[in-house]
Design a protein around this ligand. Sequence first.
Ligand SMILES: [Zn+2]
Length: 81
Amino acid sequence: MEKPEILKAAQAELQRHVWGTYIHQGVSIALGGHGIITPGCEVCCKRINTNGQYLRHLAEDVLPGILERALASVDTQGPKA
Ligand SMILES: [Zn+2]
């Protein structure tokens, strides 16, 4: 993968991790369940209350996966001539 493609893929992955709300533990109360609307990452369903926690989630949970995939694509292509 070339650098622009790696950057685009990394940006897309980061942008998936929206700090919004998700339903914790089942169906929401609005739909007859007992789930609670919880602030956090909508993709990971991880509770996040502060901007610092959100940045830590991106740095510690999301970024390692992005780098692993990017570096794996570089490893399989080998060095450029
Ligand atoms: Zn996330």
